[in-house]
Design a protein around this ligand. Structure first.
Ligand code: AMP
Length: 218
C-alpha cells in the first residue's frame, strides 16, 4: 500500500504513521525526519536545509524530491510506504506523480487528517520525544508515567524540536495553508482523498485511518 498522510503541523501525522507501520508493515517516510537526520549528520543536504528548517520555511523542492526518490528505491519500500510531510506543494505533488510513474508505481490513497486549528499551536508547543526510542510526549496531554523516564524504553533523555515553538509554528501553519492545503483539492480531483477526523484520542483517530486504508485497497 502506498499512501500519503496529509495534515497541518501538529495534526498527528507522525503519531498515526507509527501506528500504520505497526498495523500494515510498511515503512514511514517522513521528509522532516530525513532532513533532521541530514542536519544532525552535517551532510551537504543538512547544511543547506538547516537554516530554512529552523525558520519554519520550506526546503527546496530539488532537495526533497531527490531524498524521497532515493528512499522509495530502497528494498523495504517494495510493499509500499507512508509519505509524511511530502508532498508539501503542488509542484512536489507533480514531481511525485512523475517519479512514481517512472518507477511503475501509483498511490492507493491520500489520508487527510482534519483538525481544529486552535488546538494545533498548543499541541505542537508542548511536544517532546524520547531521544532513544522516539516515543512522543506532551507537557499537557501525555507526560511520562514516572516523571523524567520514558514509558517505553526507560531512557531519561528527551528532545524538543527547535522549530516546535509558538512563533515558528505560526510560520509553519502559514506555509501549510499557502502551499500544502491546495493538495487536498488536487488529490480529491484524482479520487484519492479520504478525510479522517483527527480531533479524537490517538486510538480513535487510528481506527478511522485504518478503516479508510482498508476501503482504499478493497
Ligand atoms: P516536519 O517534520 O514535516 O514538520 O518538517 C520539518 C521541516 O522540514 C519543515 O518545516 C520544512 O522546513 C522541512 N520539510 C519537511 N518536509 C518538507 C518538504 N516536503 N518540502 C519542503 N520542506 C520540507
Amino acid at each position: 500500500m502506498r499512501l500519503i498522510l496529509l495534515g497541518p503541523p501538529g495534526s498527528g501525522k507522525g503519531t498515526q504513521a507509527k501506528l500504520i507501520v505497526d498495523n500494515n508493515a510498511i515503512p514511514h517516510l517522513s521528509t522532516g525526519d530525513m532532513l533532521r537526520q541530514a542536519v544532525a549528520a552535517k551532510t551537504e543536504t543538512g547544511k543547506k536545509a538547516q537554516a530554512v528548517m529552523n525558520a519554519g520555511k520550506l526546503v527546496s523542492d530539488d532537495i526533497v524530491n531527490a531524498i524521497v526518490s532515493d528512499r522509495i528505491d530502497m528494498s523495504d519500500c517494495s510493499n509500499g510506504f507512508i509519505l509524511d510531510g511530502y508532498p508539501r506543494t503542488l509542484k512536489q505533488a507533480d514531481a511525485l506523480g512523475a517519479m512514481l510513474e517512472g518507477k511503475g508505481l501509483s498511490l492507493n490513497c491520500v489520508v487527510a487528517l482534519r483538525v481544529d486549528d486552535d488546538a494545533l499551536v498548543e499541541r505542537v508547543s508542548g511536544r517532546f520525544t524520547c531521544s532513544k526510542c522516539g516515543e512522543g510526549y506532551h507537557d499537557k496531554y501525555k507526560l511520562p508515567q514516572v516523571p523524567g523516564k520514558c514509558d517505553r524504553c526507560g531512557s531519561k533523555i528527551f528532545t524538543r524540536r527547535v522549530d516546535d515553538n509558538e512563533e515558528t509554528m505560526r510560520t509553519r501553519l502559514q506555509a501549510y495553508y499557502k502551499e500544502t492545503a491546495p493538495l487536498i483539492g488536487f488529490y480529491y480531483a484524482k479520487g484519492l482523498l479520504r478525510g479522517v477526523d483527527g480531533m479524537g484520542d490517538i486510538a480513535e483517530v487510528a481506527e478511522g485511518v485504518q478503516r479508510v486504508l482498508e476501503e482504499a485497497v478493497r
